[in-house]
Design a protein around this ligand. Structure first.
Ligand SMILES: *Cc1c(COP(=O)(O)O)cnc(C)c1O
Length: 359
C-alpha cells in the first residue's frame, strides 16, 4: 500500500479472484465458466472488418446488444441496461441506490461481491444467515427497511428460491429495491424477468459469463422498469460511457441470437450435473440439489479443505470456502462429461475406493 491510498480504502478486502494459470492439463472447475466454446455465430461475427474498426470507440448505447436482449426476453429496450460483466452492473446498482442510513441486506453466504461493493461504497450491510440446511429463508426478507440483494440460484450452494417466493419478498417490500442476481438461472432456476411488469421495485441482473459461454468477453445486463434502468445509465454515463468494447458488443449480440446452441449447452450441462451428482452420492457425498452449473458437496470421510488440496495436487481445481458454516464443502463447476469422469476417478483415488476390475 502506498502512502497515497485513500483512508477510506485502507481496510478494503478485495474480492479474491482465482489463480489463472493456463496449463493444458489443468481441469478448472473453480470459477463456473462454461466448458464449451462460444456459439459459431460469435466466430462468424468477428472478422477483419471489425478488427479494423477497433480504432473507433464502441457504441455507448450498445444498441445492437440491447436489441438482441430485448427480442430474446420480450421486454422494451428502455428496460435493459448493459455492463462490463454483471459485476459492473452490480457495482452501478450499489452506487446508484446507496443512501445514507439505508441498509443493504443479502445472505451471509452468497456471492462475495455484495460485501465488497458495500465496503467500497461505505454502505451499511446486513448479512442475513442461511437456514441450517443452507437454504435462503424467504421470510427473513419480508418487510425489511433497505435494499435487498439475492443471488437466485445462490452461490456457492446452488439452491434456488421459486419465483413465487421472490414475488412474496417483492410484495412485502414495495418501498425497497429488490435486486435478483440471476447469474445461474438458466441452469434450472425460475427467472423473475416476467415479474418486472408487475413490480417497479425489482431489478434482475443476468450475465453472458456462465450460460452463454462468454466469461472473457465481460458482458452482463439488467432488466427492470425504465426508471431503474435510467438510474443505472445515469451512473454508467457518468463513470464510463464506452463500458463495453466493440468486440464484446458483437460477441454478446451473436451469442444471444443463437438460441439453439444456448439450449444445447444448457441441456448438456444439466444432464452432466444429474449424472455427476448421482455418482458422487454413490461415493458417499452429500450433494445439495443444484439449479446451477456447479454442485456443492461434502463427505464426512474427508475435510473440505483437504479434499480441495488433494484434487489440486492432481491438477483439478475446485473452490473451498474457509467460512465455518460451509467449510466442510467444496464447490465443483460442471465441466464436460469427460472432465467429470476424470473427476470421479480422481476422487475414488483420493478416497481409496477401488475401481471394479474390468473383466
Ligand atoms: C459469476 C457471477 C457474477 C459475475 O458475473 P460477470 O458477469 O462475469 O461479472 C455475478 N453474480 C454471481 C452470483 C456470479 O456467480
Amino acid at each position: 500500500m502506498s502512502r497515497f491510498i485513500s483512508k477510506k480504502y485502507e481496510n478494503l478486502e478485495p474480492h479474491t479472484t482465482e489463480e489463472h494459470i493456463h496449463q493444458k492439463k489443468t481441469i478448472r472447475l473453480n470459477t463456473n465458466e462454461s466448458p464449451y466454446p462460444a456459439s459459431s455465430f460469435v466466430y462468424r461475427s468477428i472478422d477483419q472488418f471489425e478488427i479494423d474498426n477497433l480504432r473507433l470507440y464502441s457504441d455507448p448505447e450498445a444498441g445492437k446488444l440491447i436489441k438482441s436482449i430485448s427480442e430474446n426476453f420480450g421486454v422494451n429496450e428502455n428496460q435493459i441496461a448493459v455492463g462490463n460483466g454483471s459485476d459492473e452492473i452490480l457495482a452501478f446498482a450499489f452506487m446508484a441506490f446507496q443512501n445514507e442510513n439505508k441498509k443493504f441486506y443479502f445472505p451471509e453466504v452468497s456471492y462475495e461481491s455484495y460485501s465488497v461493493y458495500s465496503d467500497v461504497f461505505g454502505i451499511n450491510k446486513k448479512e442475513i444467515p442461511l437456514a441450517p440446511d443452507l437454504k435462503i429463508n424467504p421470510e427473513d426478507y419480508f418487510n425489511l427497511d433497505g435494499t435487498i440483494v439475492i443471488a437466485n440460484p445462490n452461490t456457492p450452494t446452488g439452491l434456488a428460491l421459486t419465483a413465487c417466493e421472490i414475488e412474496e419478498i417483492l410484495r412485502t417490500n414495495r418501498n425497497n429495491l429488490v435486486i435478483i442476481d440471476e447469474a445461474y438461472v438458466d441452469f434450472g432456476g425460475e427467472s423473475c424477468v416476467p415479474l418486472v411488469e408487475k413490480f417497479d421495485n425489482l431489478l434482475v441482473i443476468q450475465t453472458f459469463s456462465k450460460s452463454r459461454n462468454l466469461a472473457g468477453a465481460r458482458v452482463g445486463f439488467a432488466i427492470a422498469n425504465d426508471e431503474i434502468i435510467a438510474d443505472l445509465n445515469r451512473i454508467k454515463f457518468s463513470f464510463n460511457p464506452y463500458n463495453i468494447s466493440r468486440l464484446s458488443i458483437i460477441a454478446g449480440t451473436a451469442a444471444m441470437k443463437d438460441k439453439d446452441y444456448f439450449k444445447k449447452c444448457i441441456n448438456e450441462i444439466k444432464r452432466t450435473r444429474e449424472r455427476f451428482s448421482k455418482e458422487m452420492q454413490s461415493l458417499g457425498f452429500t450433494v445439495l440439489e443444484s439449479k446451477a452449473n456447479f454442485v456443492f458437496v461434502r463427505n464426512d470421510s474427508i475435510q473440505g479443505e483437504d479434499y480441495g488440496k488433494a484434487l489440486q495436487d492432481k491438477n483439478i481445481w475446485v473452490k473451498h470456502y474457509p467460512d465455518s458454516l460451509i467449510k466442510d464443502y467444496v464447490r465443483i463447476t460442471i465441466g464436460t462429461a469427460e472432465q467429470m469422469d476424470i473427476f470421479i476417478k480422481t476422487t475414488k483415488d483420493i478416497l481409496g475406493i477401488e475401481e471394479p476390475s474390468e473383466n
